[in-house]
Every structure is written in C-alpha cells, then in structure tokens.
Design a protein around this ligand. Structure first.
Ligand code: FES
Length: 86
C-alpha cells in the first residue's frame, strides 16, 4: 500500500487559517472547511457560494491577496493566500 502524496496548503479565510490540499481550488478548500457560502449579494444580502463550479455563474467571488472578484472555483489555492469574503 502506497502513502498518499497529497501535500497540505494553508490559506487564511477572513483571518482564520484553513488547511486544504495542494491542487485544490479555493472553493474546494472553503467547502472542505465546512463553509457553504462566503459572499452576499449586493442588493438583497443573500448568501452565495459555489453554484456552477465551472467559472460561469460568478456566485463564488472572493478577494484573494487584495484582488477582488476572483472566482474561487477557478483559482487554485496557493500557500499563504489571504482570502476574504465579499
Ligand atoms: S461557482 Fe460559478 S463561477 Fe464559480
């Protein structure tokens, strides 16, 4: 039996350290940490998170290292990323 080659990756989400696996999307890391929503709609304040998972709907937007409107389902999580909800 071989050992898993997965390597951990640590990001911060709204200041909290969250661990995922190298190669996961930010959305994958967020879901793995138990989060199902991480932004609110501008007008109605409704919760949004992962919807399409393929970069089409823009429901999963987050700010990464100060850059707003990053699609969490399309951005690979990198060690030390600072993610904040929008
Ligand atoms: S979940 Fe639809 S663009 Fe990310």
């Amino acid at each position: 039996m071989s050992e898993r080659a997965d390597k951990p990756v640590r990001i911060t989400v709204d200041g909290e350290t969250v661990e995922g696996l190298e190669g996961q999307s930010i959305a994958g890391v967020l879901l793995g940490s138990g989060r199902v929503s991480w932004r609110e709609t501008a007008v109605a304040g409704k919760p949004r998170g992962l919807f399409c998972g393929i970069g089409v709907c823009f429901d999963c937007l987050v700010t990464v290292d100060g850059v707003p409107d990053v699609r969490a389902c399309q951005r690979r999580a990198c060690e030390g990323d600072e993610v904040s909800s929008q």
